[in-house]
Ligand binder design. Structure first.
Ligand code: MRU
Length: 354
């Protein structure tokens, strides 16, 4: 029997504003925010009201299209000048997820043929909408490929939130679980809470429970014991940026899970769209790793848990070396032999399909 699931959309275009589901407040509160100014968009991305690589890209694209509607440019040259200023501004909201820069560049390229400022404004909106529409299809295809790696009864560990909330729908690492549910295949998900901001505890469990997916929450330091005691058969994670050699930046804690997977001899999968692959970045060493506010570590839900004045190191991401990645699952298929050769080939496949 096919079951459909319904998770609220994290981002929506509404002509005069962008509506986002405030991911800071979940699961306690389902609060929607209207972003009307480009500064609101920058703030929403920077403070994780909207987060997850594809959702960041979608929101930035809508933010740019929204800002551009108000330009009073008298020529295309002036229009492009204002656009580039706003692109640089939005690009400064977060450094690691490449989807942000990918989406902004895609919007900039989309107005190449515009013959008037008004036409360019419309083209930007259409392109931003296209990014969101495509992402839903892309995520479903990632889910189909990923599901082919699992069998009924498998127990799978994940970290952070690479789900519907982080994308247009389905997610990347969580997509196979939604599709399994639709197809009546039983998979059990173990979700790592993901300190410091708890995207696993707050968001992954919430969205999977909404869809009736079997999910169990663990704290991050329970991963080894869980793999051992619960017979975890694989780890699957999302990605914020995949370098040309396959090294992958994802939420802090991912690298540790990859080392554990290697130790236990279980596969470690990365699920991500082509928009997360950055062939310009040669290796993981070249990926900028965001360091965030120490309060994310010294406080939990606004309450201080560490002594005042303590030194804090708070990297939001880590890089998993490609040697530890069993396979990268994309909308255009699964690769895992030689990332350096296979990653560019995935884009050629797209060109053939498109
Ligand atoms: O800091 P976040 O919450 O934006 O980090 C999100 C992640 O690391 C996700 O795993 C990644 O963006 C993939 S989302 C499909």
């Amino acid at each position: 029997m096919t079951e459909r699931f319904m998770i609220p959309r994290s981002v929506e275009w509404n002509d005069t504003h962008i509506t986002i589901l405030n991911q800071q407040k979940l699961p306690e509160e389902t609060e929607y925010l209207e972003l009307k100014e480009i500064e609101d968009v920058w703030d929403a991305i920077s403070t994780l009201k909207v987060r997850g690589a594809p959702a960041i890209g979608m929101t930035a694209a809508y933010g740019l299209a929204l800002a551009a509607q108000r330009y009073e440019a008298s020529s295309m040259a002036e229009f492009k000048q204002q656009l580039h200023k706003d692109i640089n501004y939005l690009a400064s909201s977060r450094p690691t997820a490449v989807n942000l820069f990918w989406a902004l560049n895609r919007l900039a390229s989309s107005i190449g043929d515009a013959i008037s400022v008004n036409e360019a404004k419309t083209m930007l909106v259409h392109e931003a909408i296209r990014i969101q529409v495509e992402d839903e299809d892309v995520c479903r295809r990632i889910g189909e490929h990923a599901l082919s790696l699992f069998k009924d009864g498998d127990r799978i560990l994940t970290i952070c939130n690479a789900g519907s909330l982080a994308t247009a729908r389905y997610g990347t690492a969580l997509a196979p679980f939604y599709l399994a549910k639709e197809k009546g295949v039983h998979l059990q998900v173990f979700a790592s809470e993901t300190r410091p901001v708890l995207q696993g505890a707050r968001l992954t469990t919430w969205e999977l429970m909404q869809a009736g997916v079997d999910v169990t929450l663990i704290t991050d330091n329970m991963a080894a014991q869980t793999i051992y005691a619960k017979n975890i058969s694989a780890v699957i994670v999302g990605a914020d940026r995949i370098a040309a050699n396959g090294d992958t930046a994802n939420k802090i804690g991912t690298f540790g899970l990859a080392l554990l997977a290697q130790s236990f001899g279980i596969p470690f999968y990365v699920a991500a769209p082509l928009s997360t692959i950055d062939l310009e970045t040669k290796t993981g060493r070249d990926i900028p790793i965001e360091e965030r506010n120490p309060e994310e570590v010294t406080h939990i839900a606004g309450k201080r848990i560490a002594p005042e004045g303590v030194e804090v190191y708070n990297p939001a991401f880590d890089v998993t070396p490609h040697e530890l990645i069993t396979a990268i699952i994309t909308e255009n298929g699964i690769i895992g032999e030689n990332y350096e050769a296979e990653l560019p080939a995935l884009f050629e496949k797209s060109e053939q399909v498109g």
